[in-house]
Design a binder for this molecule. Structure first.
Ligand SMILES: [Fe+2]
Ligand SMILES: [Fe+2]
Length: 185
């Protein structure tokens, strides 16, 4: 029986930010050198934070990628949407790393592999485990975002991007909890 999605969470303002932004093509002026006037210690803090966020988003993409079964259920569609959102987050942090003159973490493949293990591992354990893993991963992400937001001297535009991506993560938690709180289809 098809799952009833009439009460699907439609929140557009998780955490006070618009989570419904459609991404147009990037314009030249949207990419620019950043943070060159920061002191050595501040640049180090920004680099660490951006590398961490980028690696975590790589992991998130793989978790959702591995949870998608292709069975055309509402959950499968929601997982595909989540995967795509995480890809935009990964893009944000990869772009910002290069704007600041940094490169991604050389050991990011560990996060890529962890995403596969967590994603496949939860998938074989069934629907509830998939959803609980999503809530767990997103809560960790929100926690990281908060600490990294407070831990470096961000320019306003970069801060807005990080806050927007954090709002997306709140939206993911809402979505997985909605599925968890419903009777199984
Ligand atoms: Fe994300
Ligand atoms: Fe997320």
């Amino acid at each position: 029986m098809a799952e009833d999605t009439s009460t699907y969470p439609k929140s557009r303002a998780e955490g006070g930010y618009d989570t419904s932004i459609v991404r147009p093509e990037l314009r030249d002026r949207q990419v620019e050198p950043r943070g060159r006037a920061l002191g050595r210690r501040q640049r180090k803090a920004v680099r660490k934070a951006l590398r961490t966020l980028h690696s975590l988003e790589i992991m998130a993409v793989n978790i959702y990628k591995c949870q998608i079964t292709g069975d055309a259920t509402p959950l499968d569609t929601a997982l595909t949407v989540a995967m795509a959102n995480e890809m935009t987050h990964m893009q944000d942090f990869q772009t910002h790393l290069y704007e600041y003159g940094f490169t991604p973490d050389k050991l990011r493949a560990r996060f890529w592999a962890a995403g596969y293990v967590i994603g496949f591992g939860s998938r074989v354990l069934g629907r509830d485990r998939v959803l609980k893993t999503g809530v767990w991963a997103e809560r960790k992400a929100v926690d990281h975002y908060g600490r990294l937001l407070a831990g470096a001297d961000w320019d306003d535009e970069t801060r807005a991007v990080i806050e927007k991506d954090r709002a997306d993560e709140y939206g993911h938690i809402v979505r997985w909890e909605w599925f968890l709180n419903r009777p199984r289809p």
